[in-house]
Design a protein around this ligand. Structure first.
Ligand code: SAM
Length: 245
């Protein structure tokens, strides 16, 4: 039977496309792409003539069935997303799960990924880290999600869009305490930038001069020093005037 290749694509700089990625895309029977128009441009640059089909997770169950069918018939399918690694905050996970269930071969290619690229230049510990990706947009759910990471010692890796970044940095400070963080912007591109500071400093920076472009937020894991920033358990208890002793 066929093979599903998971093929990373550049996150900004086209020169990050690997030789192997180009070869696999050229030789595949079909490229399943998150956005075919976007991938068409990439194919044009690298002279890849392989036919494209669109693949969005969740929205098209029958598209997935069609790809599985093709794989069972012995075809080679290459999955790409708009940028970076498929299946990392991008479609792919469900298709891979189906392939595993169907005992189809899955071959991953290494390549560009925004979170890891940011991490290695951040200056924060790289020995233990947790990829969180995008937080929920709703403040209440976002706070609940952040709560889950409050006691983790791992460096935390988040994706965020530029118009929500200031608010999210504020939410992080509220829930995690005023930790050290790094905002990594426009990785691999002309205006690549690393902003380092506390969550509060970064939030102020974003509020005073709104940032554009794609960004990764990295937050230091729990060091134990945050406790003075956080509300103590006894705060707000028993001191109210109406409490008679
Ligand atoms: N699959 C991709 C990967 O492997 O990194 C991630 C896709 S996710 C839909 C897009 C998010 O990744 C952006 O909102 C941003 O947080 C981050 N991102 C992608 N490219 C980036 C870049 N060049 N610089 C900084 N962050 C980037």
């Amino acid at each position: 039977s066929g093979i599903l290749y998971l093929v990373p694509t550049p996150i900004g700089n086209l020169e990050d496309m690997t030789y192997r990625a180009v070869k696999v895309l050229k030789e595949a029977d079909v490229i399943a792409a998150e956005d075919t128009r976007n991938t068409m441009k990439l194919c044009h640059v690298f002279d890849i003539a392989t036919p494209l089909v669109s693949y969005h997770e969740h929205s098209r169950q029958n598209r997935e069935d069609q790809l599985i069918e093709r794989l069972l018939n012995g075809e080679t399918v290459a999955l790409v997303s708009d940028a970076g690694m498929p299946a990392i905050s991008d479609p792919g996970q469900d298709l891979v799960k189906r392939c595993v269930e169907e005992k189809l071969k899955v071959v991953p290619l290494p390549g560009a990924n925004a979170a890891l690229t940011a991490l290695i230049a951040s200056g924060l510990p790289t020995d233990m880290f947790a990829f969180v990706g995008f937080l929920n947009r709703k403040k209440k759910i976002k706070h609940e999600q952040l709560e889950q990471w409050r006691s983790s010692r791992e460096t935390l890796l988040f994706y965020e869009s530029p118009h929500r970044v200031a608010a999210t940095l504020g939410d992080m400070r509220e829930v995690l305490g005023n930790r050290n963080a790094v905002l990594c912007r426009e990785l691999t591109k002309k205006h690549e930038e690393f902003l380092r500071g506390t969550l509060e400093e970064l939030q102020k920076h974003c509020e005073s001069a709104p940032l554009k472009g794609e960004m990764v937020i990295l937050v230091e894991g729990r060091t134990g020093e945050e406790s003075n920033e956080e509300e103590q358990w006894w705060e707000g208890l028993a001191t109210a005037d109406h409490v008679k002793v």
